[in-house]
Design a protein around this ligand. Structure first.
Ligand code: ZN
Length: 122
């Protein structure tokens, strides 16, 4: 048996993501390896949780202009469009700002890709 520590698997990270992750890890005062491993595990666990919590709902993509998320609802056999209106998420199926599609959308990492750069209506 070798005395050497078993080498852990390595994964290539894109340069821009590496820089972002390094900045975040430093801001939190934790090693980059711990930060990246925690982020990966939390995202996998969150995905499992959402599938168990809302088995009839699933992420079905984001509009190419980043204006809305699509949430597939198997119970209704419809796809809800969730988008920003007046600074709040809005659902076109329920015509309101508070429904299971919006709760689901808020739990998705992809919600961060909604285009917030456009000026919000006042
Ligand atoms: Zn809805």
């Amino acid at each position: 048996m070798s005395e050497r520590k078993k080498r852990l698997p390595t994964v290539a990270i894109e340069q821009e993501i590496y820089a972002l992750a390094k900045d975040h890890a430093e801001a939190k005062g934790i090693p980059l390896v711990k930060f990246v491993n925690d982020m990966l595990l939390l995202n996998i666990e969150k995905d499992r949780f959402l599938r168990a919590y809302a088995p009839k709902l699933s992420f079905n993509g984001i509009a190419s202009d980043g204006s809305s998320l699509f949430i597939r609802d198997e119970r209704l056999d419809r796809t809800a469009q969730v988008f920003l209106r007046d600074g709040h998420l809005y659902c076109d199926v329920d015509n309101r700002q508070d429904c299971e599609h919006i709760h689901f959308a808020l739990a998705l990492p992809e919600v961060a890709r909604l285009n917030l750069k456009k000026p919000l209506k006042k």
